[in-house]
Design a binder for this molecule. Sequence first.
Ligand SMILES: Cc1ncc(COP(=O)(O)O)c(C=O)c1O
Length: 361
Amino acid sequence: MKINFINLQAQYQKYKEEIDFEIHDVLDTSSYIMGNKINLLEENLAKFSGVKHAIACSSGTDALLLSLMALDIKKGDEVITTPFTFIATAEIIAFVGATPIFVDIDEKTYNIDPSKIEEKITTKTKAIMPVSIFGQTSDMESINKIAKKYNLKVIEDAAQSFGATHNDKKSCNLSDISTTSFFPAKPLGCYGDGGAVFTNDDKLAEKMRIILNHGQSSKYHHSHVGLNARLDTIQAGILNIKLKYFQDEINKRQEIAIKYDKNLNNVITPFVDDKSTSVWAQYCIRVKNRDEMIKKCTKKGVPTAIYYPLPLHLQEVFYYLGYKKGDFPITENISKDILALPMSAFLTKDEQDYIIKVINE
Ligand SMILES: Cc1ncc(COP(=O)(O)O)c(C=O)c1O
Protein backbone atom coordinates (compact mmCIF):
# COMPACT_ATOMS: atom_id res chain seq x y z
CA MET A 1 0.00 0.00 0.00
CA LYS A 2 1.32 3.49 -0.91
CA ILE A 3 -0.02 6.13 1.46
CA ASN A 4 0.23 9.93 1.13
CA PHE A 5 1.31 11.85 4.22
CA ILE A 6 -1.34 14.45 3.29
CA ASN A 7 -3.66 13.59 0.41
CA LEU A 8 -4.01 16.93 -1.40
CA GLN A 9 -4.79 15.24 -4.71
CA ALA A 10 -7.90 13.45 -3.36
CA GLN A 11 -9.08 16.75 -1.91
CA TYR A 12 -8.61 18.54 -5.25
CA GLN A 13 -10.49 15.82 -7.13
CA LYS A 14 -13.44 16.18 -4.75
CA TYR A 15 -13.77 19.96 -5.18
CA LYS A 16 -12.27 20.12 -8.71
CA GLU A 17 -15.25 21.54 -10.55
CA GLU A 18 -15.75 24.44 -8.14
CA ILE A 19 -12.03 25.16 -7.73
CA ASP A 20 -11.40 25.08 -11.50
CA PHE A 21 -14.31 27.49 -11.96
CA GLU A 22 -12.77 29.94 -9.47
CA ILE A 23 -9.34 29.77 -11.11
CA HIS A 24 -10.78 30.29 -14.60
CA ASP A 25 -12.96 33.11 -13.36
CA VAL A 26 -9.82 34.99 -12.34
CA LEU A 27 -8.19 34.25 -15.71
CA ASP A 28 -11.32 35.21 -17.66
CA THR A 29 -11.72 38.52 -15.85
CA SER A 30 -7.96 39.24 -15.54
CA SER A 31 -8.54 40.50 -11.98
CA TYR A 32 -5.41 39.07 -10.47
CA ILE A 33 -4.81 41.48 -7.59
CA MET A 34 -7.25 42.23 -4.73
CA GLY A 35 -10.93 42.57 -5.75
CA ASN A 36 -14.16 40.82 -4.77
CA LYS A 37 -12.74 37.37 -4.14
CA ILE A 38 -10.34 38.79 -1.52
CA ASN A 39 -13.16 40.79 0.10
CA LEU A 40 -15.37 37.70 0.19
CA LEU A 41 -12.58 35.58 1.67
CA GLU A 42 -11.98 38.14 4.41
CA GLU A 43 -15.70 38.18 5.23
CA ASN A 44 -15.78 34.38 5.26
CA LEU A 45 -12.70 34.10 7.48
CA ALA A 46 -14.05 36.69 9.93
CA LYS A 47 -17.40 34.89 10.10
CA PHE A 48 -15.81 31.48 10.55
CA SER A 49 -13.47 32.57 13.32
CA GLY A 50 -15.78 35.09 15.01
CA VAL A 51 -13.13 37.84 14.75
CA LYS A 52 -14.10 41.37 13.68
CA HIS A 53 -11.26 41.82 11.16
CA ALA A 54 -9.67 39.12 8.99
CA ILE A 55 -7.08 40.42 6.54
CA ALA A 56 -5.76 38.12 3.83
CA CYS A 57 -2.03 38.27 3.12
CA SER A 58 0.77 36.55 1.27
CA SER A 59 1.91 33.92 3.84
CA GLY A 60 1.89 32.94 7.48
CA THR A 61 5.37 34.45 7.77
CA ASP A 62 4.22 37.79 6.34
CA ALA A 63 1.21 37.67 8.65
CA LEU A 64 3.63 37.52 11.60
CA LEU A 65 5.66 40.38 10.10
CA LEU A 66 2.54 42.51 9.65
CA SER A 67 1.55 41.97 13.27
CA LEU A 68 5.00 42.92 14.61
CA MET A 69 5.18 45.99 12.35
CA ALA A 70 1.67 47.07 13.40
CA LEU A 71 2.76 46.89 17.05
CA ASP A 72 5.98 48.86 16.25
CA ILE A 73 8.16 46.04 17.57
CA LYS A 74 11.74 46.77 16.62
CA LYS A 75 15.41 46.75 17.63
CA GLY A 76 15.87 46.72 21.37
CA ASP A 77 12.53 45.02 22.03
CA GLU A 78 12.02 41.46 23.25
CA VAL A 79 9.31 39.01 22.27
CA ILE A 80 8.68 35.86 24.28
CA THR A 81 7.98 32.67 22.35
CA THR A 82 8.63 28.92 22.24
CA PRO A 83 11.66 27.10 20.85
CA PHE A 84 9.40 24.22 19.72
CA THR A 85 7.99 25.69 16.52
CA PHE A 86 8.72 26.26 12.86
CA ILE A 87 11.56 28.74 12.26
CA ALA A 88 9.20 31.47 10.96
CA THR A 89 7.94 32.34 14.46
CA ALA A 90 11.31 33.38 15.87
CA GLU A 91 12.88 34.31 12.53
CA ILE A 92 10.42 37.14 12.04
CA ILE A 93 11.05 38.53 15.54
CA ALA A 94 14.75 38.67 14.66
CA PHE A 95 13.94 40.03 11.20
CA VAL A 96 12.39 43.21 12.67
CA GLY A 97 15.51 43.59 14.84
CA ALA A 98 13.91 42.43 18.11
CA THR A 99 15.19 39.57 20.27
CA PRO A 100 13.35 36.25 20.53
CA ILE A 101 13.25 35.13 24.17
CA PHE A 102 12.49 31.43 24.46
CA VAL A 103 10.43 29.73 27.16
CA ASP A 104 10.18 25.94 27.48
CA ILE A 105 7.00 24.05 26.62
CA ASP A 106 4.43 22.06 28.53
CA GLU A 107 5.28 18.35 28.47
CA LYS A 108 1.75 17.30 27.53
CA THR A 109 0.51 19.89 25.01
CA TYR A 110 3.95 20.89 23.58
CA ASN A 111 2.79 24.53 23.78
CA ILE A 112 4.57 27.32 25.69
CA ASP A 113 4.39 26.76 29.46
CA PRO A 114 2.71 29.87 30.94
CA SER A 115 4.18 29.18 34.39
CA LYS A 116 7.66 29.87 32.97
CA ILE A 117 6.83 33.14 31.18
CA GLU A 118 6.92 35.70 34.01
CA GLU A 119 10.55 35.01 34.93
CA LYS A 120 11.55 36.01 31.36
CA ILE A 121 9.76 39.37 31.32
CA THR A 122 12.05 42.42 31.38
CA THR A 123 11.59 46.15 30.73
CA LYS A 124 12.29 45.39 27.06
CA THR A 125 9.52 42.81 26.65
CA LYS A 126 6.82 44.02 24.27
CA ALA A 127 4.83 40.91 23.37
CA ILE A 128 4.21 37.22 23.98
CA MET A 129 3.88 35.05 20.90
CA PRO A 130 2.41 31.65 21.78
CA VAL A 131 2.30 29.09 18.95
CA SER A 132 -0.70 26.77 18.66
CA ILE A 133 1.43 23.78 17.86
CA PHE A 134 0.08 20.84 15.84
CA GLY A 135 -3.42 22.40 15.81
CA GLN A 136 -4.15 23.03 19.51
CA THR A 137 -4.03 26.48 21.11
CA SER A 138 -1.93 27.27 24.17
CA ASP A 139 -3.40 28.08 27.59
CA MET A 140 -4.52 31.49 26.35
CA GLU A 141 -6.28 32.62 29.56
CA SER A 142 -3.09 32.32 31.57
CA ILE A 143 -1.06 34.00 28.82
CA ASN A 144 -3.53 36.88 28.42
CA LYS A 145 -3.58 37.34 32.21
CA ILE A 146 0.21 37.67 32.35
CA ALA A 147 0.17 40.04 29.35
CA LYS A 148 -2.41 42.25 31.04
CA LYS A 149 -0.40 42.38 34.27
CA TYR A 150 2.73 43.57 32.42
CA ASN A 151 0.97 45.59 29.68
CA LEU A 152 2.19 43.34 26.86
CA LYS A 153 0.54 42.39 23.57
CA VAL A 154 -0.28 38.78 22.68
CA ILE A 155 0.12 37.48 19.14
CA GLU A 156 -1.17 33.94 18.59
CA ASP A 157 0.84 32.19 15.86
CA ALA A 158 -2.12 30.12 14.69
CA ALA A 159 -0.45 28.93 11.48
CA GLN A 160 -1.36 25.35 12.45
CA SER A 161 -4.61 25.90 14.34
CA PHE A 162 -7.12 27.80 12.19
CA GLY A 163 -10.47 26.18 13.06
CA ALA A 164 -9.43 24.88 16.50
CA THR A 165 -11.36 25.97 19.60
CA HIS A 166 -10.44 26.98 23.12
CA ASN A 167 -13.22 27.46 25.70
CA ASP A 168 -15.67 27.40 22.78
CA LYS A 169 -13.94 30.33 21.08
CA LYS A 170 -12.08 29.87 17.84
CA SER A 171 -8.31 30.02 17.54
CA CYS A 172 -7.46 33.45 16.01
CA ASN A 173 -10.02 35.05 18.35
CA LEU A 174 -8.09 34.66 21.59
CA SER A 175 -5.54 37.48 21.60
CA ASP A 176 -4.73 41.03 20.40
CA ILE A 177 -3.58 39.79 17.00
CA SER A 178 -3.49 36.30 15.49
CA THR A 179 -1.91 35.00 12.34
CA THR A 180 -2.46 31.93 10.22
CA SER A 181 -0.95 30.21 7.19
CA PHE A 182 -2.64 28.78 4.12
CA PHE A 183 0.48 26.87 3.02
CA PRO A 184 -0.86 23.88 1.02
CA ALA A 185 -0.17 21.33 3.77
CA LYS A 186 -1.96 23.32 6.47
CA PRO A 187 -5.46 22.20 7.61
CA LEU A 188 -6.90 24.99 5.42
CA GLY A 189 -4.40 25.32 2.59
CA CYS A 190 -4.38 27.13 -0.75
CA TYR A 191 -2.39 26.21 -3.88
CA GLY A 192 0.69 28.26 -3.15
CA ASP A 193 1.58 30.62 -0.32
CA GLY A 194 -1.06 32.48 1.65
CA GLY A 195 -1.96 33.65 5.12
CA ALA A 196 -4.13 35.98 7.18
CA VAL A 197 -4.04 38.24 10.21
CA PHE A 198 -6.93 38.64 12.63
CA THR A 199 -7.82 41.27 15.21
CA ASN A 200 -10.82 42.79 16.96
CA ASP A 201 -9.00 46.14 17.20
CA ASP A 202 -10.11 48.60 14.48
CA LYS A 203 -6.91 50.68 14.61
CA LEU A 204 -4.57 47.69 14.36
CA ALA A 205 -6.66 46.29 11.50
CA GLU A 206 -6.46 49.54 9.56
CA LYS A 207 -2.72 49.77 10.14
CA MET A 208 -2.12 46.19 8.97
CA ARG A 209 -4.20 46.80 5.83
CA ILE A 210 -2.08 49.86 5.05
CA ILE A 211 1.24 48.10 5.73
CA LEU A 212 0.39 45.07 3.59
CA ASN A 213 -0.12 47.28 0.55
CA HIS A 214 3.07 49.42 0.51
CA GLY A 215 2.00 51.60 3.41
CA GLN A 216 -0.59 53.14 1.11
CA SER A 217 -3.30 55.09 2.95
CA SER A 218 -4.99 56.24 -0.28
CA LYS A 219 -3.98 55.71 -3.89
CA TYR A 220 -0.28 56.69 -4.28
CA HIS A 221 -0.26 58.32 -0.84
CA HIS A 222 1.95 56.45 1.61
CA SER A 223 1.74 56.99 5.35
CA HIS A 224 3.81 54.00 6.58
CA VAL A 225 6.80 51.94 5.51
CA GLY A 226 5.04 48.92 4.10
CA LEU A 227 5.32 45.69 2.18
CA ASN A 228 3.82 43.94 -0.77
CA ALA A 229 2.14 41.27 1.33
CA ARG A 230 -1.11 40.89 -0.61
CA LEU A 231 -2.71 37.48 -1.15
CA ASP A 232 -3.10 36.51 -4.84
CA THR A 233 -6.72 36.66 -5.96
CA ILE A 234 -6.55 33.12 -7.43
CA GLN A 235 -5.69 31.80 -3.96
CA ALA A 236 -8.65 33.66 -2.45
CA GLY A 237 -10.97 31.95 -4.96
CA ILE A 238 -9.56 28.53 -4.02
CA LEU A 239 -9.83 29.25 -0.30
CA ASN A 240 -13.45 30.40 -0.60
CA ILE A 241 -14.33 26.96 -1.97
CA LYS A 242 -12.24 25.00 0.51
CA LEU A 243 -13.63 26.99 3.44
CA LYS A 244 -17.17 25.76 2.61
CA TYR A 245 -16.06 22.20 3.37
CA PHE A 246 -13.56 23.00 6.09
CA GLN A 247 -15.68 22.18 9.15
CA ASP A 248 -16.54 18.75 7.65
CA GLU A 249 -12.86 18.16 7.06
CA ILE A 250 -12.04 19.15 10.65
CA ASN A 251 -14.66 16.67 11.89
CA LYS A 252 -13.07 13.90 9.77
CA ARG A 253 -9.60 14.78 11.06
CA GLN A 254 -10.96 14.52 14.61
CA GLU A 255 -12.44 11.06 13.90
CA ILE A 256 -9.10 9.93 12.49
CA ALA A 257 -7.25 11.26 15.56
CA ILE A 258 -9.64 9.45 17.91
CA LYS A 259 -9.12 6.19 16.03
CA TYR A 260 -5.32 6.58 16.24
CA ASP A 261 -5.65 7.36 19.98
CA LYS A 262 -7.70 4.25 20.63
CA ASN A 263 -5.72 1.78 18.57
CA LEU A 264 -2.04 2.67 18.78
CA ASN A 265 -0.09 0.65 21.37
CA ASN A 266 3.19 1.29 23.16
CA VAL A 267 3.58 4.88 21.99
CA ILE A 268 2.66 8.19 23.63
CA THR A 269 -0.36 9.60 21.79
CA PRO A 270 -1.17 13.35 21.72
CA PHE A 271 -2.90 15.10 24.61
CA VAL A 272 -5.68 17.61 24.02
CA ASP A 273 -6.74 19.51 27.13
CA ASP A 274 -10.43 19.44 27.98
CA LYS A 275 -10.92 23.16 27.17
CA SER A 276 -9.66 22.69 23.61
CA THR A 277 -10.26 20.96 20.31
CA SER A 278 -7.45 20.43 17.82
CA VAL A 279 -7.56 20.64 14.02
CA TRP A 280 -4.71 18.11 13.90
CA ALA A 281 -2.34 19.99 11.65
CA GLN A 282 -0.10 17.11 12.73
CA TYR A 283 -0.89 13.90 14.58
CA CYS A 284 2.35 13.30 16.49
CA ILE A 285 3.26 10.31 18.62
CA ARG A 286 6.35 9.86 20.79
CA VAL A 287 8.29 6.67 20.17
CA LYS A 288 11.32 4.84 21.44
CA ASN A 289 13.92 4.07 18.73
CA ARG A 290 12.58 6.68 16.32
CA ASP A 291 15.17 6.01 13.60
CA GLU A 292 14.28 2.33 13.50
CA MET A 293 10.56 3.11 13.46
CA ILE A 294 11.01 5.51 10.52
CA LYS A 295 13.06 2.93 8.60
CA LYS A 296 10.45 0.21 9.08
CA CYS A 297 7.54 2.54 8.25
CA THR A 298 9.27 3.72 5.06
CA LYS A 299 9.89 0.10 4.01
CA LYS A 300 6.20 -0.66 4.43
CA GLY A 301 5.02 2.46 2.58
CA VAL A 302 3.97 4.50 5.63
CA PRO A 303 5.34 8.07 5.37
CA THR A 304 6.29 9.86 8.59
CA ALA A 305 7.79 13.27 9.40
CA ILE A 306 9.62 14.94 12.28
CA TYR A 307 8.31 18.27 13.56
CA TYR A 308 10.86 19.48 14.69
CA PRO A 309 14.20 17.68 14.92
CA LEU A 310 16.28 20.67 16.13
CA PRO A 311 14.77 23.19 18.58
CA LEU A 312 15.11 26.83 17.60
CA HIS A 313 17.45 27.81 20.47
CA LEU A 314 20.02 25.35 19.05
CA GLN A 315 19.75 26.51 15.42
CA GLU A 316 22.87 28.08 13.90
CA VAL A 317 20.98 31.28 13.03
CA PHE A 318 20.36 31.87 16.76
CA TYR A 319 23.85 31.03 18.11
CA TYR A 320 24.22 34.79 18.72
CA LEU A 321 21.49 34.62 21.38
CA GLY A 322 23.84 32.53 23.53
CA TYR A 323 21.55 29.60 24.33
CA LYS A 324 23.05 26.15 24.86
CA LYS A 325 22.03 22.50 25.03
CA GLY A 326 20.08 21.80 28.21
CA ASP A 327 18.45 25.26 28.42
CA PHE A 328 15.01 23.90 27.47
CA PRO A 329 15.01 20.23 28.50
CA ILE A 330 11.37 19.47 27.70
CA THR A 331 11.67 20.82 24.17
CA GLU A 332 14.96 19.00 23.67
CA ASN A 333 13.57 15.64 24.89
CA ILE A 334 10.45 15.87 22.76
CA SER A 335 12.49 16.79 19.68
CA LYS A 336 14.29 13.46 20.05
CA ASP A 337 11.25 11.17 19.97
CA ILE A 338 8.38 13.01 18.26
CA LEU A 339 7.03 11.50 15.04
CA ALA A 340 4.12 12.64 12.86
CA LEU A 341 1.83 10.12 11.16
CA PRO A 342 -0.25 10.61 8.00
CA MET A 343 -3.22 12.88 8.66
CA SER A 344 -5.80 14.35 6.32
CA ALA A 345 -9.56 14.30 5.91
CA PHE A 346 -8.96 12.03 2.90
CA LEU A 347 -7.09 9.26 4.71
CA THR A 348 -9.20 6.15 4.03
CA LYS A 349 -10.27 3.60 6.64
CA ASP A 350 -8.11 0.90 4.99
CA GLU A 351 -5.10 3.20 4.91
CA GLN A 352 -5.50 4.09 8.58
CA ASP A 353 -5.96 0.44 9.60
CA TYR A 354 -2.76 -0.38 7.74
CA ILE A 355 -0.81 2.48 9.39
CA ILE A 356 -1.98 1.38 12.84
CA LYS A 357 -0.98 -2.23 12.10
CA VAL A 358 2.49 -1.19 10.92
CA ILE A 359 3.12 1.08 13.94
CA ASN A 360 1.89 -1.53 16.41
CA GLU A 361 4.16 -4.16 14.83
C1 LIG B 1 4.00 27.65 13.51
C2 LIG B 1 4.22 28.26 12.17
N1 LIG B 1 4.40 29.60 12.07
C3 LIG B 1 4.58 30.20 10.89
C4 LIG B 1 4.56 29.49 9.71
C5 LIG B 1 4.83 30.21 8.43
O1 LIG B 1 3.79 30.09 7.50
P1 LIG B 1 4.10 30.23 5.93
O2 LIG B 1 4.80 28.99 5.50
O3 LIG B 1 2.73 30.36 5.32
O4 LIG B 1 4.91 31.44 5.75
C6 LIG B 1 4.36 28.11 9.75
C7 LIG B 1 4.36 27.33 8.50
O5 LIG B 1 4.82 26.24 8.39
C8 LIG B 1 4.18 27.47 11.01
O6 LIG B 1 3.98 26.16 11.11
